[in-house]
Design a protein around this ligand. Structure first.
Ligand code: GLN
Length: 287
């Protein structure tokens, strides 16, 4: 039993259209591209290429998984972030485009600052999206990246190697709520996209997130603010004078996080908006 590229694409499209998946044609294309290791142009210039049974079976298996809500990025094992390709699998949060505003802010800040070495601590590294894109775009940076999950650290290590950033990013497995890592130097920047969803809200997120993304990366405790309270206080001892504390936040957490920072003596606090005009990041300076 064999078929053609055209038929396979059509089959995937029809099958994915029966579910709530938003882009059935695109997702069918992406899965075929992934399995054949070809680009999109190839699909439409080789519609009659014969596809063997092994590929058809694999395709059906992946389409079925996707129909159950399994994230397309875990199927493709890849997500682009800040123009870089991140390997992602179950066990790490899929990097989100909204996080890029935080990175862009830090890159701009770094370029205005002519220090020889810019030391950054990233808390909750996951796949390495924040740490590695900062290291990639800020040439004088040195990044300490902490994550509680050994699995996440392994994935970040793989991405670090792939991006050739071995010398400038140090990965540390540690539960941050047990204390900051013991690093003698003070930091110029502490950055974090911590878990910030209130525990009881996780089950009502879209299925891709609630069922398949790691709870460890999402669960911010009863009110979603546990990590902000802890990190904001601890970072006071870790940051240099005027050092930056930078957070990604949930759309309705801007004022709460700003107040946590204010209560801890931070100054020049500002809230950045995301692509949809919602609060998405809070930045402050150590006073
Ligand atoms: N942005 C993620 C979501 O809402 C949450 C990430 C986090 O808790 N840090 O899907």
């Amino acid at each position: 039993m064999s078929t053609t590229v055209r038929n396979l694409l059509e089959k995937g499209f029809k099958s994915l259209s029966k579910t709530e998946r938003k882009s059935p044609r695109l997702e069918s294309e992406l899965i075929v591209m992934h399995l054949l290791d070809v680009d999109k142009a190839y699909l439409y210039t080789h519609p009659n290429r014969i596809v063997n049974k092994e590929i058809i079976d694999k395709f059906e298996e992946l389409v079925e998984k996707r129909k159950q809500g399994y994230p397309i990025q875990y199927i493709l094992k890849n997500q682009e972030f800040m123009g870089l390709d991140f390997h992602v699998t179950e066990g790490v949060l899929v990097p989100r485009p909204d996080t890029e505003i935080l990175i862009e802010y830090i890159i701009k800040f770094a370029r205005k600052n002519d220090k020889e070495k810019l030391k950054i601590l990233d808390i909750g590294t996951g796949s390495g999206a924040i740490s590695l894109s900062l290291a990639y775009y800020i040439e004088n940076s040195y990044i300490y990246s902490v994550d509680i999950s050994e699995k996440a650290i392994k994935i970040a290590r793989k991405n670090k190697k792939k991006m050739n950033l071995e010398d400038r990013v140090q990965l540390i497995t540690k539960d941050i709520l047990e204390g900051f890592p013991e690093i003698d130097e003070k930091m110029d920047i502490v950055v974090s996209n911590p878990p910030y969803i209130p525990s009881r809200d996780i089950d009502s997120l879209q299925i891709e997130v609630s069922k398949y993304e790691p709870r460890l990366a999402l669960d911010g405790g009863d009110d979603g603010l546990v990590f902000y309270r802890y990190i904001t206080e601890k970072a006071k001892e870790k940051l240099i004078y005027n050092g930056l504390l930078c957070y990604e936040i949930g759309y309705d957490q801007g004022e709460s996080v700003k107040n946590i920072m204010k209560d801890n003596g931070y100054k020049d606090i500002l809230i950045l908006k995301d692509l949809q005009g919602r609060d998405r990041a809070v930045i402050g300076r150590m006073g």
